[in-house]
Design a protein around this ligand. Sequence first.
Ligand code: AVJ
Length: 316
Amino acid sequence: MSFTFKNFPADRDDLRSDVLAGLAACPKSIPPKYFYDEAGCRLFESICAQPEYALTRTEGALLRARLGEIAAAIGAVDCIVEPGAGECAKVRLLLPALHPSHLVVLDIAGGPLSAAAESLSRDHPGLAVTALGMDFIRDLDAAAPHLAEGRRLIYYPGSSIGNFAPDAAATLLTRFRRLAGTAGQLLIGFDLKKDPLQLHAAYNDAAGVTAAFNLNLLERLNRELDADFDTSRFRHYAFYNPTAGRIEMHLASLAAQDVSVAGQRFHFALGETLHTENSYKFRRDEFSAIATNAGWPLKAEWELDGFAVQLYGNAD
Ligand code: AVJ
């Protein structure tokens, strides 16, 4: 068994400067990558188990049902790279079908990632596992020296790509292309456009887990940036914006109030929102147009119950 963990310097400065800039902007916003402190990671896992949030379960069912076909389309792989691997549960499905020699998992939440990757590594004695605690959105190139040579597969499941507006998604996919190399492939999963009420319910679960996940961002700022948000004076507000084709998550101020963050004061008007996440939904052709423009030719695709998985790379 071989397991390596490297944590890139925890960028408390990035959190501070991104949050201060986002609160000073109009409208106010904070990048969704900052949801994932330890509590946020646990809340996200709990969202995935909510009955209204079918995304993760459907992707798992699709991969299980079509695994043979997917593996045949991919062919031989030496190194799988998964950005945003989190609990490393999704890549476990692929390993028995693809049996790579190397697995490199990346996540901004280094602590939870390293625990999950080490446990995966114990279950796969022949596999060399490298876990990198890093913000791959900011600096994907830092991962390059840790990849194995040979045929690389970038695995980006779970509709994580939906957090990016089309331009930013294209930029990230271009960086994936450079990291994978010309013989590299990309296996990516994303949520499809569907009944807006079904989408609405997925981000407004009855148990209130998504609300807790959203509000945890304020608690994180209280803990890490010496902020004084009163979470009872903010409302989780998520809705599907059909024009933009995305779920928007906001925290709406229930009063006119001042908040202090890292020594600076910010005013919220009654009803003003802090925009915390976009979650884009695509049609298959819409998404493949973005990926193709980013240098990835489409090789194959699969669909189940409103979720799609596409495979990109050069034909052999
Ligand atoms: C991890 C970005 C795919 O957008 O559906 C779940 C995060 N936010 N519920 C998503 C999330 C609220 C999730 N992604």
